[in-house]
Design a protein around this ligand. Structure first.
Ligand SMILES: Nc1nc2c(ncn2[C@@H]2O[C@H](COP(=O)(O)OP(=O)(O)OP(=O)(O)O)[C@@H](O)[C@H]2O)c(=O)[nH]1
Ligand SMILES: [Mg+2]
Length: 214
């Protein structure tokens, strides 16, 4: 759950990139850091890695100032995807306002995607998040590779859930900003439902989307 400080006009939000090992979560954040307006983006912080593998988490903070003078800090986190790091995943997921689930499009990763999504649902329950209401975006990454699940098949599988699905090649910066934009919109809608950001604080979706303006 986001933290709001009405006196200081500050809102702190958490968006978590979740998914199986090596699906491209850290790469998404690295690319966002490159693609975003530097004035709105803080330092990209990596806490413990071994080669490509995240052992703890990564953090990319972003800042928006609304026209009404409200400061919104958005913290993007990645979880470590390797199964052994479940305790850390649970910790990072705790109090998330939205989740981007990064799936690996390679056909041999179908089971890992499935298990990781199942793990997300279980950990959401463990940390008291209502999975039905949690703003969630599904990103199928690594579209540049050869042996990948067809788009139609992904859509057939996921459309019944009603969740937005995006396709990306994060390593090449493709589909990264688009995915984040959807996550931002869903985050805003989720928080607006709870706190009526628009009425109470004159904070609009447009303020949030300033982050993805070029
Ligand atoms: N071909 C290709 N490789 C990618 C893509 N996205 C990420 N990778 C590569 O996949 C590897 C793993 O990417 P990471 O972003 O570190 O994966 P992660 O999901 O953070 O992995 P964990 O930290 O272990 O959970 C790296 O070598 C990336 O360069 C993509 O779109 N296409
Ligand atoms: Mg990582």
């Amino acid at each position: 759950m986001a933290e709001i400080n009405e006196k200081e006009k500050k809102l702190i939000i958490k968006i978590v990139y979740y998914g199986p090992a090596l699906s491209g979560k850290t790469t998404n954040l690295m690319q966002l850091h490159e693609l975003m307006n530097p004035a709105r983006c803080g330092e990209f912080m990596v806490f413990e890695t071994k080669g490509d593998r995240t052992l703890f988490f990564d953090l990319l903070p972003m800042l928006i100032k609304s026209e009404s003078g409200f400061k919104v800090k958005i913290k993007l986190f990645t979880v470590p995807g390797q199964p052994a790091h479940d305790a850390t995943r649970k910790e990072v997921l705790s109090r998330a306002d939205a989740v981007v689930f990064v799936a690996d499009s390679q056909t041999n990763q179908a089971m890992n995607n499935f298990e990781s999504f199942d793990n997300l649902e279980k950990n959401a329950a463990r940390v008291g998040l209502d999975f039905e209401k949690l703003p969630l975006v599904i990103q199928f990454n690594k579209r540049d590779l050869k042996d990948i699940i067809a788009k139609e098949e992904v859509l057939n599988l996921w459309q019944p859930t009603g969740l937005p699905v995006t396709f990306s090649s994060a390593a090449y910066g493709r589909g990264v900003k688009e995915t984040f934009e959807i996550a931002l919109k869903k985050t805003y809608l989720g928080l607006n439902d709870i706190w009526h950001l628009d009425e109470n604080y004159s904070l609009t979706e447009k303020d949030f989307l300033k982050l993805v303006e070029s």
